[in-house]
Design a protein around this ligand. Structure first.
Ligand code: FAD
Ligand code: NA7
Length: 534
């Protein structure tokens, strides 16, 4: 039998932050590679999430690639936390600067991928029925790329406009003079609400669970600051790679127990004024792991909410009371709490009066109806596993990834799955929750090492051993149980989607620890993996 033709050494699915970084790596390895992207341009998250107020919660200088000094030298971030257009422009610039577009097919959704046992190749099919073969298939489909809209009955009856934040249109949406209802109070809604409130006739926020919103303290970067960042970039990346959450921050070097209650308040006050995640990570090192320390920070935030929000009843509704800080991903606010002092904004607690349906006029709960001209669904994502499980990816013996993961994802290092040879994931389930560019960089580097190993050893297949996968599952469970996260309900654990298994979707051992675990695995000769010469 004629050997099957191989179209590419590697196919990458997705042209966001991860896909572009992966393409660069594959080119460096001298492999032929092609990227398929469902959107009409690069950008991923920053292509799809065009809602008002969308911006990063990571500081711009570490929400970037570290593989090119020239890129670092020529790109000018304008703000501490870049807006969606700027983050998108950065990724477009990267694609152009490294001439990546010639290897990307846009408007092309991969519908299925199946492993051909005899040829040791993947067959990838797109929505137009075209098929391609490759030796290595690399998923870069994103952890927050499948928006979740609760299946409220009656959406087709609603006479006004409605939008989903994660699929926001490219055209400008006008809120002026309209009664707007926002459903959700996660990180996305918290960015959008202050902007929508500026022009809406009236804005009603439907809140099921309040969040601990930290002030961003965004602002422009000066030329001097940019020069200083460029000068220190090597040290900045070193610091970010070691930091638990991949940020260029030093550990606080103290726990709450090390200082007096008066000092707690002074230290937290300084963190609050500095803004962003520095409030958590530069204040105390045990907020993330010790419930008592965590509660000190929670109460500090509740007191800030009570001081900012003038109406005491609204302030109390905005105060989270039944879960620790970080048990849900803490959002950064840009005058979020201040927005509830506006006369055209009202907050409605729907925690015990859930939405039952959409009507011609708006949103109905068991006891009330909220009339709207425009509804914004800021209801989150089927995070981490949703996008991949929606694709028909079949490994050995035709087993689909959706079936393999029906009780929760199974991976080794968050990169490979047993029974799915030569299938790699950038940001697969059970990889670190941290500033994502830093995580992507480490994972892509590791995938590059694995591909080099395959080439050097003449391997036709390379896959995770089931026992390594099982050990990784236990490891990530242990890590999460050592934090305060297990005390909350969040998309980190699959809790935001009814019926989704409650499982650990991320590695919460720290970005630096994870990188070392991956490197050690490679240095031990990839002992958790098995290869064959075909
Ligand atoms: P994505 O950017 O999601 O790109 C995946 C791409 O794959 C998409 O373009 C999608 O169209 C494509 N794709 C998916 N399935 C298919 C298919 N079947 N066929 C073809 N193409 C497909 N992270 C941080 O670290 N810091 C932040 O401050 C931060 N802010 C965020 C703000 C918002 C609003 C959101 C939604 C996320 C944020 N994130 C942040 C997480 C963010 O997703 C990552 O930082 C990063 O953009 C992920 O890049 P990615 O390439 O892995 O995935
Ligand atoms: P999140 O953080 O999952 O927030 C979704 C919000 O939608 C949250 O407040 C939910 O309330 C609410 N929600 C979800 N379903 C419903 C129903 N049925 N009724 C009422 N309210 C509902 O998603 P985001 O997009 O804000 O943020 C995701 C990440 O994107 C973020 O961390 C950044 O990394 C970027 P709940 O809390 O579940 O009670």
């Amino acid at each position: 039998m004629e050997p099957r033709k191989t179209d590419f050494d590697a196919i990458v699915i997705g042209a966001g932050f991860a896909g572009l970084r992966m393409l660069h790596e594959l080119r460096e390895l001298g492999l032929s590679a092609h990227v398929f992207e469902a959107g009409s341009d690069v950008g991923g998250t920053w292509y799809w999430n065009r809602y008002p107020g969308a911006r990063t919660d990571s500081e711009s200088w570490v929400y970037a690639y570290s593989f090119s000094k020239e890129l670092q030298d020529e790109w000018n971030w304008s703000e501490r936390f870049p807006s969606q257009p700027e983050a998108l422009a950065y990724l477009q610039h990267v694609a152009d600067r490294f001439d990546m577009r010639r290897d990307i097919s846009f408007n092309t959704r991969v519908e299925s991928a199946s492993w051909d046992e005899r040829a040791n190749l993947w067959t990838v099919r797109d929505g137009a029925g075209r098929s391609y073969s490759c030796r290595a298939l690399i998923s870069a489909v994103g952890v927050l790329s499948k928006p979740y809209v609760p299946p409220f009955p009656g959406i087709e009856k609603f006479r006004g406009e409605w939008y989903v934040t994660g699929r926001w249109p490219k055209e400008r949406v006008d809120f002026a003079g309209k009664r707007v209802v926002v459903i959700g109070t996660g990180a996305t809604a918290i960015q959008a609400i202050p902007i929508i409130a500026q022009t809406a006739r009236h804005l009603t926020v439907l809140q099921r669970t309040p969040n601990y919103v930290l002030p961003a303290r965004n602002g422009p970067l000066t030329e001097e600051e940019r020069q200083a960042i460029r000068r220190d970039y090597d040290a900045i990346w070193q610091q970010a790679r070691e930091h638990f959450f991949g940020f260029a921050m030093d550990p606080a070097g103290r726990t709450i127990a090390d200082v007096t209650p008066e000092q707690h308040q002074r230290i937290l006050e300084r963190g609050w004024e500095t803004g962003g995640f520095r409030f958590i990570f530069e204040s105390f090192d045990d907020i993330f792991i010790d419930e008592r320390s965590n509660e000190v920070a929670c109460e500090f935030i509740r007191n800030k909410i009570r001081a900012i929000v003038k109406d005491p009843a609204t302030a109390e509704l905005l105060c989270p009371k039944d879960y620790p800080l970080t048990a849900k991903r803490p959002p950064l606010g840009h005058y979020y709490y201040e927005t509830f002092n506006r006369p055209n904004v009202s907050l409605c607690d729907i925690s015990s009066d859930p939405i039952t349906e959409l009507t011609e006029r708006g949103v109905r709960t068991a006891t009330r109806e909220f009339e709207a001209d425009l509804i914004v669904f800021a209801t989150g994502f089927d995070a981490v596993t949703g996008t991949l499980m929606a694709m028909d990816v079949r490994g050995r013996r035709g087993v689909t990834i959706a079936r393999k993961w029906q009780d929760g994802p199974r991976t080794h290092l968050g990169i490979m799955v047993d029974g799915f040879p030569n299938f790699f994931m950038v940001l697969g389930p059970q990889s670190p929750f941290a500033n994502i560019p830093v995580v992507i960089d480490g994972m892509v580097d590791w995938i590059g090492r694995a591909l080099r190993h395959m080439r050097e050893q003449g391997l036709a297949t390379f896959e995770a051993k089931p026992e390594a996968v099982e050990a990784w599952r236990k490891h990530v469970d242990q890590l999460v149980n050592a934090t305060v996260l297990a005390k909350g309900r969040s998309w980190f654990l699959g809790d935001n989607i009814p019926g989704k298994p409650h499982v650990t979707l991320f590695h919460f051992g720290g970005a630096g620890v994870y990188r070392r675990e991956c490197l050690a695995e490679a240095e031990r000769g990839f002992e958790g993996f098995v290869g064959s010469k075909g």
